[in-house]
Design a protein. Structure first.
Length: 391
């Protein structure tokens, strides 16, 4: 398991220095470098997954859920997959924090292969911790009065939660300032993402007026598209794109599975799930009820799509669909429900670096176990029981 990077003291580098690090690394590159086993064909800036001895043995698609700071668990899973080097990625469908992780992975591959993607992910999550810690310093003082990472009952979160229920972001933040925009503009190179389809990227957002899902592919990726996918309506203004307004994609696709089925060659879909489906007991307090509603809401679209996949799979198995008429999908999952149930909804807004690193290391360990137990079954069979998990 990777080591947690020590947390800085009051003299932390801050966002300005973190941004400077990113820019200096980009400027130092005379061209793309593949990293261990990586390949950039002559005259091309598009990364090609290495094959053959010592290269990738299998190809998968990834489905990345959103969940605020809990997306650091997904960071850890991606970090381990990239470090291992035996699995190539065909497509990624992602929402909210998952969309940010997906964009960073795609961009990082183009900038420097798997090592470049790992570095991009690390620097972004470190940057979000530094930026958020500064922006929320006042609330952080009150949060320091409580212990642990689960801050549902911390004074700072309770103050913020009360304010968000009494006033909308249009009242509290009339100019629509979104600190995430600045960090994404400094970090995401949309032109690099658009230039290559090494990883087919699909980012989901919810149309506020129609209630329909909008899926942006890699050719349509913008900072606004990523912000739209991560736009919680209680906190941010709706994001306008081409005259339409969007909220978090998790309401209609967390994540959307159909883009991977229709647009990718690999039949294997690995769901990285960070929102627990099962939580024992009936919630009794207001905070517990809100937390459970949040989990149910952000899992509902995934469960509907899994029901459709299970239905088609059954028709194929029963011979009611002719061979080749429909694609049989193979479903896998990496999750840590028994650990994630300990973190309430407030922890999704917790930028503490130690907390993010803890989630990252959880993700790395779960990915390590999943790779060793599953890699030989990829391309042949599903490794979860869809009915038991989702129906």
């Amino acid at each position: 398991m990777s080591q947690i990077v020590p947390v800085g003291t009051g003299e932390g580098e801050g966002m300005a220095r973190a941004t400077k690090r990113l820019k200096s690394r980009r400027a130092a590159r005379s061209g793309p470098a593949g990293g261990p086993g990586g390949e950039f064909p002559p005259g091309s800036s598009c990364y090609v997954w290495p094959r053959g001895p010592g290269g990738c043995e299998k190809t998968i698609n990834l489905a990345l859920q959103g969940g605020g700071a809990h997306g650091a668990f997904t960071w850890g899973v991606l970090d381990k997959l990239l470090e291992d080097g035996r699995i190539a990625i065909d497509g990624i469908s992602a929402t909210s924090a998952g969309a940010i992780n997906a964009a960073l992975l795609a961009q990082g591959l183009m900038a420097g292969g798997p090592d470049g993607a790992r570095q991009q992910l690390h620097e972004f999550w470190q940057g979000i911790s530094e930026q958020s810690s500064q922006a929320l310093a006042f609330l952080g003082f009150f949060d320091s009065l409580s212990s642990g990472w689960n801050r549902d009952w911390s004074p700072g979160h309770l103050m913020f939660d009360l304010a968000s229920r009494l006033w909308s972001p249009y009242q509290l933040n009339p100019f629509g300032y979104n600190p995430l925009r600045e960090l994404l503009q400094q970090t995401i190179d949309v032109e690099r993402i658009r230039a290559c389809d090494t990883v087919k990227l699909f980012i989901s957002a919810t149309n506020v007026e129609t209630g329909k899902i909008r899926v942006f592919d890699h050719r349509e990726v913008t900072v606004d598209a990523i912000l739209a996918s991560a736009c919680l309506p209680q906190i941010f203004h709706a994001v306008e794109i081409d005259g339409q307004h969007y909220w978090d994609g998790g309401y209609m696709g967390n994540p959307a599975m159909f883009p991977l089925i229709y647009n990718c060659d690999s039949r294997d879909i690995v769901i990285i799930r960070i929102n627990p489906i099962v939580r024992k007991g009936v919630p009794q307090t207001g905070r517990d009820i809100v937390n459970r509603l949040n989990e149910i809401t952000f899992n509902s679209s995934l469960m509907r799509e899994m029901r459709a996949i299970a239905f088609v799979t059954r028709l194929i198995d029963e011979g009611k669909i002719a061979a080749g008429e429909m694609k049989r999908m193979l479903i896998h999952m990496i999750e840590a429900d028994e650990l994630m149930v300990d973190f309430g909804v407030a922890s999704k807004l917790n930028p503490d670096w130690q907390f993010l690193c803890h989630l990252r290391d959880m993700g790395r360990e779960r990915a390590r176990h999943w790779i060793e137990s599953t890699i030989g079954r990829l391309g042949r069979e599903s490794t979860i029981d869809i009915g038991e998990e989702f129906l």
